[in-house]
Ligand binder design. Structure first.
Ligand SMILES: [Zn+2]
Length: 265
């Protein structure tokens, strides 16, 4: 049975954000407060299906990464970032109605933002789960991230972050962990453990109202009970549907934590 490497790999969890802006981009504060240890960039290039500028998040770019070449498309730019060794994510898809076709034009992307806090606060379009589940249902293997994307035009910091499993809080092991999917993401709830056997997934977490295992299409198993800190959920129906299973924890304040998917077969 495949296990989630965020809970079986050596090391400990490090809390971090991979998408926040500073005065070096279009944010309104200097980078001094950010605990980032990896150089990243939000790259912009033409164009989405709706004709808008495409956004690509790349973490771990080399310092000599060249700016956009004339005429370089979003997919070309993403491919170049991937080739340079970056962790590449598809940011805020809900904010600008990104389609599955747009996402599929970046076949190597490691993750989709399932939650973008500033997009939620400012446009009520912070959700990216719709896109992740469409891509996963197609059979694509892709991780889930949650970020604040804080620009500091409003109080938009600390709304979403990653818990990355690594042996050291250093750029190289953190970047390797990101690329290997050794993380979960959250708006606040903690996932302490996820363990799977052939028929069940067992989850331990901070106090939750809902603990869920979600699969292809509408496949789901859940325990909805206020204050619970663990659940053991049947996954036979998820496995029978093929594809994947991922865990979501929801707390009484309406905040969520999302695991990365594991894949059957
Ligand atoms: Zn953006």
């Amino acid at each position: 049975m495949p296990q989630d490497p965020a809970f079986t790999s050596p090391g400990r969890f490090w809390k971090g954000n991979i998408h926040t802006h500073s005065t070096l981009s279009d944010g309104m504060r200097s980078a001094g407060h950010v605990c980032a240890t990896i150089l990243g960039a939000e790259l912009h290039a033409p164009a989405t299906a709706l004709g808008e500028i495409r956004h690509i998040l790349a973490v771990g770019l080399p310092l000599d990464f060249a700016p956009n070449a004339p005429g370089e498309t979003g997919p070309d730019l993403a491919a170049r970032a991937l080739a340079a060794g970056a962790f590449v994510a598809i940011p805020h898809p809900g904010w600008y109605a990104l389609t599955t076709e747009d996402a599929n034009s970046i076949p190597g992307a490691h993750a989709v933002e399932v939650y973008n806090h500033t997009s939620q606060l400012r446009t009520e379009r912070g959700d990216g789960v719709y896109l992740a589940d469409q891509l996963l249902a197609q059979g694509r293997r892709i991780g889930l991230t949650a970020v604040d994307d804080a620009h500091f035009a409003c109080d938009d910091a600390f709304g979403g972050w990653l818990m990355v499993r690594a042996e050291a809080n250093e750029p190289e092991p953190l970047l390797a962990a990101l690329k290997a999917g050794r993380f979960y993401v959250t708006q606040g709830p903690l996932i302490e453990d996820i363990a799977r056997d052939a028929e069940h997934v067992a989850v331990r977490c901070s106090a939750a109202t809902g603990i869920m295992a979600l699969g292809r299409g509408s496949r789901a198993a859940q325990s909805v009970t206020p204050g619970q800190r663990q659940a053991r959920l049947p996954i036979a129906a998820l496995r029978a549907a093929g594809g994947f299973a991922r865990v979501v924890v929801a707390d009484a304040a309406g905040r969520h934590a999302w695991s990365n998917p594991v894949y059957f077969g």
